[in-house]
Design a protein around this ligand. Structure first.
Ligand SMILES: [Zn+2]
Length: 475
């Protein structure tokens, strides 16, 4: 199949409008199920998984719901291809959301799923019930077309599919995936094994210097969490001590938090090159300066080009970063603490090992290291996927639907379920939730934010894009 073909053209505009209307209602139903993680009590993720299963059953499919511990549910279904096209394509998403409190100033209740001003409002509208709804709708359209052709989608290959499409929607992504993707990888790997996967964190348009870009997620930073116990001496607060553990910890925090040296790895180098190549000379030179050797010019270019959220992201993507995030010390106002416990979130670029990270922590602590014991709590390596056939198809499909749009590969600073699919199962997992946003519309800032919402038009644009990727890759 030629890469830029549009299989979605087989359905007319009215059919896509109807599918979009269905998608929006599905998204609203999902937002109304408060799948907050950590759950209190558990249950809503299972409710959402069962709800999705009922929608898929309604299309004549046979989904399976998994409940590894009470109330934590994931759901998976396979659309069969005829087997001549290779390993499956995985449509991956997660059901859970981070907490949201209406009292924090939401314009519309975070679980009301109001449609207003051209948006669907609510927790999960961008992370990532939008993609759950997009992927589910593509599966519904495929299943429905099969039934119209007289095929039983539960049993028979779907006409036009040469490889399987596996749809898997997980619990527990926001807390590390133990009861979701990690459980599936260990116990039901067939729900995740694929030649490639589409997941959150990429494929969304961003306007920059007058051009529209679509960063496609090809890489994720890794993370290493260290617990540093600072040892001082207990004493009476009336007679201060130099080795007050809290004072020592404060100095440790200062040393750890200072930004490290930039290092441009290939995903971000390709991103900056791709953006620069599409821009006029002046902004292009600034973009190239971000990845250049001169740290001061790099920082000046970031300040000149980026809004505050993008600036924090790009700074985090050109260096290993350390964020001290928890500090516990002290028992009473007049007792000098003899111990302080500090948790630091160390995010690693491709090429940085856990040993490198520990070495850097020790180097930052310097003379304080002798007063510290350091425990490695948890860590995951960075992810970097090949830019092969599936990546090229994602980029070509974006161009086919938005000829002025510029797809570019990108790395994200955080972790997703791709840590499991890519690192443990070897499935290249791309951040690709195709949506064309209105000019000036922020996106990154809405993740986990107040007034999380997604544009109806953005979803309407993305639906046939996703369908074309699925139909072309599997056809
Ligand atoms: Zn997410």
């Amino acid at each position: 199949m030629p890469a830029a073909a549009r299989p979605s053209a087989a359905l007319d505009t009215a059919a896509w409008d109807a599918a979009h209307a269905e998608l929006v209602e599905l998204l609203r139903d999902l937002i109304r199920i408060p799948t907050v993680n950590p759950p209190d009590p558990a249950g809503p993720e299972l409710d959402a998984a069962r709800y999705l299963a009922s929608v898929l059953e309604g299309e004549g499919l046979a989904p399976e719901v998994f409940e590894p511990v009470a109330g934590r549910g994931s759901v998976s279904v396979t659309l069969r291809g005829d087997g001549t096209g290779g390993e499956p394509l995985l449509l991956l998403s997660h059901l859970d959301v981070v907490p949201a409190n209406a009292a924090d100033g939401w314009t519309h209740g975070p679980f009301d799923a109001d449609v207003a001003d051209g948006y669907v409002w609510g927790r999960g509208a961008v992370d990532m019930k939008n993609m759950v709804a997009l992927e589910t709708t593509v599966v519904r359209v495929l299943a429905r077309r099969a039934r119209q052709a007289g095929v039983d989608p539960r049993r028979d290959p779907i006409p036009g599919l040469r490889r399987d499409v596996v749809f898997t929607c997980t619990a527990d992504e926001e807390a590390g995936g133990i009861h979701g993707v990690a459980w599936l990888a260990a116990h039901r790997p067939e729900t995740l094994r694929a030649a490639g996967a589409l997941n959150e964190a990429g494929g969304v348009s961003v306007e920059f210097a007058g051009r529209r870009f679509y960063p496609i997620g090809v890489a994720e930073k890794g993370f290493e969490v260290f617990r540093i116990t600072v040892h001082g001496t207990w004493g009476h607060g009336s007679m201060p001590r130099d080795d007050n553990a809290l004072v020592l910890a404060a100095e440790a925090v200062r040393r750890l938090a200072s930004p490290g040296e930039p290092r441009v790895t290939s995903p971000i180098g390709e991103f900056l090159d791709g953006v620069a190549a599409a821009l006029p000379a002046e902004p292009a030179a600034l973009v190239r300066a971000i990845g250049g050797d001169d740290v001061r010019r790099s920082e000046a270019a970031i300040r000149a080009l980026c809004d505050p959220v993008s600036a924090r992201a790009i700074r985090a993507l050109i260096r290993d970063s350390i964020s001290p995030d928890v500090l516990h010390a002290g028992v009473k106002y007049n007792v000098i603490p003899g111990q302080a416990v500090l948790d630091v979130d160390y995010r690693t670029l491709p090429g940085t090992t856990p040993e490198d990270a520990l070495e850097e922590v020790l180097a930052r602590l310097g003379d304080l290291a002798a007063r510290c014991t350091i425990e490695h709590v948890i860590g995951r390596s960075p992810v970097e996927n090949e830019r092969g056939e599936l990546y090229r198809l994602l980029a070509d499909t974006i161009r086919a639907h938005d000829p002025d749009g510029v797809p570019v590969p990108v790395m994200v600073p955080f972790a997703t379920d791709a840590k499991t699919t890519a690192l443990e199962l070897g499935v290249p997992t791309y951040g690709f939730t195709p949506m064309r946003l209105a000019p000036g519309e922020p996106f990154l800032a809405r993740f986990h934010g107040v007034d999380e919402r997604i544009g109806l038009d953005a979803l309407r644009w993305g639906l046939p894009v996703l369908y074309d990727v699925v139909a072309a890759y599997c056809g």
